[in-house]
Ligand binder design. Structure first.
Ligand SMILES: [Cu+2]
Length: 349
């Protein structure tokens, strides 16, 4: 019986090696001595997409992969993270294989929106983060984290068995002197909770300036600001809506052909307290794109992200899981990742 079955099973597997990939798994390594937690998700199969960005968008339709929920193991201050893309042998691959990624904390709300807190994340162009030990992101035991990410293999080669490996470093929650609490935040110039991809817009020839208003529910200082822009992006600034005062600005680092290589990281709290945002006051996010081409740029994004130091962290509103935006946002993540995981051209379900 086994003798008969084995060749039958082995033949198609040998002919289609990608199909032999096991489904992506989440592994968590908690290393208290090293004050680190490493989350590994994979394997994923990444077919070559070439340089056709629109093609990726059509095929995957905002498909994001996800990790399982990870329950945080201890009362901590997060200090930083190191993100690596590795192959099955642990060899490092290009970070640019990840178009964007985020880890959400479903048990805390965002600063600007009543949705799950994006506790860390970035785009292909952003780097690792390491905070000075005088500040930390409070993360208590029991908070549930989940990673979501979009792969983008723009090389000419299919990649087999690719893993995302995220190492998070922390300090013990009872550390003295106590670090100042800081929380990552983000704001989107075109925010649509739960509608992945709806935050994209087009830029006509000549360029555009797009504006959105936002408020924060708790006062505090902007310590660090960076952002996410697509090619030909120029800058993003934060303004006081009433006075027009520019509180902060980040700029794109670009190649001569308009390719965005990075967005500046402004250390606003390095030499002073950083700009102060008041609870419930109106602010603007202003996104500037150039477009020297003769056709519209399609599907661009304008997102700021950074670190916020609340005047009183206890005033941070509790997460409200019954809030419709919270639910829409989370449902969007889960829907997008269900699409990704059902894509049989990439991996087995
Ligand atoms: Cu983007």
């Amino acid at each position: 019986m086994y003798i008969l079955l084995l060749p039958l099973l082995a033949a198609p597997l040998a002919a289609r090696p990608f199909d032999s990939l096991p489904p992506a798994r989440t592994r968590v390594a908690y290393e208290p001595a090293g004050r680190a937690v490493t989350i590994t998700v994979g394997p994923f199969r990444l077919p070559a997409m070439g340089h056709d960005h629109d093609m990726m968008m059509m095929m995957d339709e905002w498909a994001e992969d996800r990790s399982d929920l990870v329950t945080w193991p201890a009362d901590t201050w997060l200090q930083g993270f190191q993100l690596r893309v590795v192959d099955g042998a642990g060899r490092e691959l290009s970070r640019r294989l990840l178009h964007h990624w985020a880890v959400i904390d479903v048990d805390r709300r965002e600063l600007v929106y009543p949705v799950a807190h994006r506790v860390m994340g970035g785009g292909a162009e952003s780097g690792d983060v390491r905070l000075p030990p005088t500040v930390g992101v409070p993360l208590p035991a029991g908070h549930r984290l989940q990673a979501f990410f979009m792969w983008h293999n723009d090389s000419d080669q299919d990649l087999e068995a690719v893993y995302l490996r995220l190492t998070i470093t922390w300090l013990p929650g009872n550390l003295q002197p106590r670090p100042a609490p800081v929380l990552p935040f983000w704001a989107d110039v075109d925010f649509h909770p739960g509608e992945g991809g709806a935050n994209r817009y087009d830029v006509p020839p000549g360029g555009s300036t797009r504006v959105a208003e936002f408020t924060v529910p708790v006062s505090g200082h902007l310590l660090v600001l960076s952002g996410h822009l697509h090619d030909y992006g120029a800058s993003i600034r934060v303004e006081d809506a009433q006075t027009g005062e520019i509180l902060a600005r980040v700029t794109a680092r670009r190649d001569a052909d308009g390719t965005v290589r990075g967005v500046s990281r402004e250390l606003l709290g390095l030499w002073g307290p950083g700009p102060h945002l008041e609870a419930n006051r109106r602010y603007l996010i202003v996104v500037v794109y150039d477009n020297p081409t003769r056709t519209p740029l399609t599907g661009v994004m304008g997102v700021i992200g950074g670190l916020f130091q609340p005047d009183d962290v206890r005033a941070w509103p509790a997460v409200d899981p019954t809030n419709p935006d919270y639910q829409r946002d989370l449902a969007g993540f889960l829907r997008a990742s269900t699409v990704a995981m059902a894509n049989r051209t990439r991996m087995l379900p």
